[in-house]
Every structure is written in C-alpha cells, then in structure tokens.
Ligand binder design. Structure first.
Ligand code: FEO
Length: 662
C-alpha cells in the first residue's frame, strides 16, 4: 500500500525507509535505519525528483502511481547516480516510457554505465543555470560536483524557495513518519547521526561543500529537501551553520577525543587516567575503544572536537590494526585544523606513537602536542607524570571552569547584593564576555537563579553567538537585566549583528566595567551579575551554562522587561503581507528598503551592512485565500480557513494562539 506525505500542497514525499539495512554503503552501521527520499511535484507538469534504492522499490512505485492518479510522469530529474537513489531508474523507465529524464552530461554518462535502456530518446540535458518551468514551479539546476560524486547537481525551485539538495543536508536514520526536522527533537536526537552522515559521506569534500554553500547563500531558501533524512522548513540557518563548521573543518566544540587501541587493557588504562586528569582540569572528553567502535563514529567525533588523542599498543611492529584503520580513514576524510597527541605502548619495542604521528602528518594544519607518553607494558608511577604533563598541556587550551569552593565564596560574598536576584524573570538580558582585548555581547532570554548557597545562576546561550564561544573559552560572563524602557535599538545593536564582523562596544557608550573586567550595561537595566562557569551542558542549539555569581549589583528600580512585554510593546509589528511594496531586504537583519533603486552607498540603518547584503524583493501579489500566523512561534498557515482543531506544527499551540493576517 502507498505511504506518502505532503511536503507542500503540490510536492509529495514518495520515498521509503529501510530499517533492515545493517551497513549503509557496506561500511556504515545503521542502527536506526535510513530513509531514501524522492519527491513528486504535481504541477501542470509532473516531475519526479530522483528515484530510490531497490530495497524500498515496491512502496516507491505504489507511491508514484497513487500520487499520479493516472497522469503521465512528464519528467524525472536525476541529481545523483549513486544507486541508493538511482537503482530503480530502469524500472521507472519501463513503467513510464513517456518520462523525459532531466540530468547533466556527467549524469547521462553514468546512466549509460549503469543501465542499457535507450536514454537518448528521452533525455533532456541541463547545465548550470538552466531552468525548467512546470507551471507554478521554476526549477533551476545548480551543479554541485563531489557533493558527493562528481556528477551531482542540486535543484532550486526559485518560485517557492525550495532547495532539492541531493545528498547534502541528509541524515542517517529512518524518518519514522516524521517528515520534517521540526517534528522531532532533531538537535537532541538526530544531530549526531547527521554529523556521522556528513563526515563519512561527504566529509572529504569540504571545499566542494563550501562552494555549494556559497551558491546557496545567494538564494532565498525556505525549505531544504534532501535525499536522506528530514525536510527542513524551520531552523535552516542552524543546520547550515553546522555544515559550515563541518565543511570548513572547524571544530564545533572545544573538547578532547581519546581513541585507544588496547589488547590487554594497559593502554586503555593510560587513556582512562588521561581522561580523569583532563576532567579534573575541566576539560571535556569523549572516549572510544577502537576495537569496539567503528571508525565512522570516531571520525564524526573528531569532526566535532578540537583535540584528538590517539593511544595504541604496538602490534606486529606497527600500529594496532583497528587504530591504523581509523587513522588512515581520518586522513582520507581530510581531517584538518586540530591538535593531536599520542600515547604509545610496547612491551619490547614501542613504535606506534611515531607511526601514528606519521599518518596524521599527512593531514593539513594538525598541531602536535609536545608531550607524549610512551609506555612499556603497563602504566608505572613514573609514567603518571607524563600523563599529567600531557593533560596540563592540553588543558592550557581550555579555560578551567571555576569549581565551587567555600574560600572563593567568602571572598566574594560582600560584593553580591541579594536583591539583584529579584530582578530575574523570563525576560531579556544583555550577555557580555571578554576574551583578551575582545569584548562582545548578545541578547539572551534565559537567565535564572539556580541555588542560593552557593549563589549560582544558569544561562542558555545559542551556540551560533560569538559570545557563546567566548564564554566557553574564558569561563566568565556578565548578565545585565534589561528593563521595560529599553528601546528596540538595544536589541538591534546586540542581537541583529555579529561580533564576528563588528565591535559592539566601540559604538555603544552605556556600559561600565565590572570587577571581572567584563562590561555591563548601565542604561535601561536594573541589575547585573558577574559569574564564573562551573558547568556547561550541551542542549543542541544552545549550551546551558551553570555559573557561580561573583558580583551582583542593583542598578535601578524600573521593572525588568519580560518576554511578553517585549512582544507586546517593543518589537515592531510586522507589516501585513499585502502591503509589501517592491524594494530591497537586508539579508542580515531583515530591514526592508522600499524603492526601486538601492543607493550604491546605502547602509542598513539597523545592522550597518552595505548594498551587497541586500536582495531585491518584489511587491507582494494580491493574496489568495487567507493567512494566519502563530503568535507564539511565527509559523504561518495559509488556506481558506483555519481548522478549528488546528495545532501549530512547530510549537504545538492551538488556534487560540493564531492571528489572522489577511
Ligand atoms: Fe545517498 Fe551519495 O548517495
């Protein structure tokens, strides 16, 4: 029986899930299965976007026939010839001899390599920039070589802002009926599998992925439809940001991967001791026994973390076989920009350290720690010093979180005004940090008192913020509590621009330095806190920092601004869509300049970006039907009427929280 889902009113997911596949591509374990996505566009013309793996072909063809409902299949766009997407192409041609196959020249050559059917009589060759109009959709073909094979192209529906992204933005794991990433807890449940998919499937081709991301940055993308995993219609920026990290080989986390190969447990013992010493110094670690964990998982962890430690026994005068396999695999996947260290072991001739290093020397921009540990058979007392020295050297790259100590509390107690804690609400705050000479700040909405003795607070910070990275590195921050008089310009200043390309404290005067040398905000605030991090918990998009307060001062008596107050009284109301005039929109902050010509020296009044960051918008056509917007999360529903039992697919609120726009 067919099993389909609507992506939009006229784009249908016609794919399938395979939970019996034990190893994808014969290599990668699939404990949660894999999805093979294919999409049918039902426009004036019908278009199938890629076919599917043979394993789920039965339901695939039932899906197509059900959705076509007797219509011909006008086109099949083939974006990638790896058989997990193309294996059923020949059967499709048998079932639908009328179908025109749309692909580029490299794809056509591969189709001929895989199949014997007559391609030429049904072939439409396309190249970069070519388009295909199907009625309401205009498909633009964008070449994406090596993401993941050389023939790959992606397709951008410029009318709807939909990117059919081929393998890019895919995820391991069956999708279990939840087609959209926002229907699951993606950042908690799926990010690791998305990373493992990326690193192992296209990790080697970071420059090519960056080239595709660069092309994509010029497009207004509303949805991403990959060939594996979930469809993205919300939070695209966060996932694209992950891709930027992975494709540029920049670590997502400051943390240490310790991968060890140990035949009788002594090398494992050394690895465990190192991890303990690192943890005592506040350094996060991830440990893997390479005899038990396949390389793809360790490679994924290595793409995530900043520091790599490899510990291996010497085996047949070489590296233990599983470790050797991992290191070659890591090098083959182009791992770069990391710090590495080694622990070797050998009962009579330890050579594994040197040999492991020689493999990693083939990788770009790997910095090797000066400290090494060389064991003979087992860890002896004198070797503990070597392990400690390695831990010390690694820990120098990390900020030691300040752990609670009674002495420290006594020393700072007199600077903490307990009344300041009464100012905390579900409100809005300026979070500030210092890294050397660099000062920065951002807006957060979560700062709460955790315990009274010791005085601790928690803050949640989006990982995309530079302030987040600065706090991870330095372990210190200030929180300034904003009040109801705060103007929108403060949110624009700290929230709508990045400290990566502007110095937020050069053009801002309303601040003083706290005793920790970090600024706090003196206008439209009623309190501030200085704090030192004692724990950082990964929560997907955000890190939850638990911190010990070292200074707390009351700055005024005006009420704290609450989140609700901000939305009701401060945040500008969106213009109704039907009044949208033609003009230019700032891609950085969303500011709209109305007018046909954007002055060449124009500067965005909100985020100060220039004309290169604006893109043209056309006047909105007269709307058909009606639109409602969820006042909780901003999700928009279009249709003739909002069903009485409708639930927002993003935030799960009901119709009472929807407001009609037109
Ligand atoms: Fe999902 Fe490169 O195939």
């Amino acid at each position: 029986m067919y099993c389909t889902r609507k992506v939009t009113d006229d784009i249908i997911w016609v794919g399938g899930n395979d939970r019996r596949l034990s190893v994808f591509e014969g290599v990668y374990k699939c404990p949660t299965g894999v999805s093979y996505n294919s999409y049918l566009i039902k426009d004036d013309k019908t278009v199938l976007m890629d076919t599917i793996d043979r394993a789920v072909s039965t339901v695939f063809f039932e899906n197509i026939e059900h959705e076509l409902d007797g219509r011909p299949l006008d086109y099949a766009v083939i974006q990638h010839m790896e058989p997990d997407h193309s294996a059923t192409l020949a059967e499709l041609v048998l079932r639908h001899p009328e179908t025109v196959i749309v692909c580029n020249a490299k794809l056509a050559a591969m189709i001929r390599q895989y199949f014997d059917f007559d391609l030429d009589s049904r072939l439409m060759l396309v190249k970069e920039g070519d388009t295909l109009s199907t009625g309401r959709h205009t498909l633009n073909f964008v070449m994406a070589p090596m993401v993941h094979w050389p023939e790959v192209m992606v397709t951008f529906d410029s009318d709807k802002g939909i990117l059919f992204s081929a393998d890019a933005f895919g995820t391991f794991g069956a999708i279990n009926g939840a087609l959209f990433a926002d229907e699951v807890d993606f950042w908690h449940d799926c990010l690791d599998e998305a990373r493992r998919y990326y690193c192992n499937i296209v990790g080697k081709y970071g420059p090519q992925v960056m080239a595709l991301l660069k092309k994509a940055s010029g497009l207004k993308i509303n949805m991403i439809l990959p060939l594996h995993g979930y469809v993205w219609r919300a939070g695209l920026g966060d996932f694209i940001d992950k891709y930027v990290h992975w494709a540029s080989y920049e670590p997502e986390e400051k943390a240490v991967v310790i991968a060890y190969a140990s035949v009788y447990g002594n090398t494992a013992n050394a690895a465990e001791i190192l991890s303990c010493r690192l943890r005592e110094k506040g350094v996060p670690t991830y440990m893997y026994d390479v005899s038990m964990t396949t390389p793809d998982y360790v490679i994924s962890a290595a793409f995530k973390c900043s520091h790599l430690v490899f510990a291996s026994t010497t085996y047949n005068a070489g590296i233990f076989v599983r470790m050797e396999e991992l290191l070659h695999d890591l090098a083959a996947h182009n791992i770069q920009n990391r710090k590495a260290a080694f622990i070797e072991n050998g009962t009579w001739a330890a050579t594994s350290g040197k040999l492991m290093r020689s493999i990693m020397e083939n990788c770009k921009n790997i910095t090797f720690m000066e400290s090494t540990v060389s064991l003979k058979s087992s860890v002896k007392p004198e070797k503990l010093e070597d392990i400690e020295a390695l831990a010390d050297e690694i820990a120098k790259d990390f900020t030691k979180p300040v752990h609670y100590s009674p002495a420290a509390e006594d020393a700072v107690e007199t600077r903490i005004d307990p009344v300041a804690f009464n100012k905390l609400s579900y409100g809005l705050f300026v979070l500030t940090a210092r890294d050397g000479d660099q000062l920065n700040g951002c807006i957060i909405n979560t700062a709460q008192m955790l315990t009274d003795n010791p005085k601790r607070i928690t803050i949640a910070v989006n990982k995309a913020n530079l302030t987040h990275d600065m706090i991870l590195k330095t372990g210190e921050f200030n929180v300034s509590v904003l009040t109801e008089s705060v103007p929108m310009s403060v949110f624009e200043h700290f929230g709508f621009q990045s400290g990566r390309n502007t110095h937020k404290f050069i053009s801002f005067e309303d601040f003083e330095m706290a005793q920790n040398g970090i600024p706090y905000i003196t206008a439209h605030t009623n309190a501030f806190f200085s704090a030192k991090v004692v724990a950082a918990a990964d929560n997907g998009t955000h890190t939850l920092f638990t911190a010990e307060v070292t200074q707390a001062e009351v700055l005024g008596s005006e009420p704290s601004v609450t989140y609700a107050y901000y939305f009701a009284h401060i945040k500008p109301k969106k213009k109704p869509v039907e009044t949208q005039k033609a003009g230019w929109v700032c891609k950085i902050c969303g500011y709209v300049y109305e007018g046909d010509e954007l002055p060449t020296d124009y500067e965005c009044p909100i985020c100060k970006h220039g004309p290169e960051d604006f893109e043209r918008i056309e006047a909105a056509p007269a709307p058909k039907g009606h639109k409602w917007v969820c006042e909780i999360c901003g999700f928009e529903y279009e249709g003739e009427e909002l069903p009485a039992d409708y639930t927002c697919p993003l935030c799960k609120h009901g119709v009472e929280d929807f407001k009609q726009v037109y």
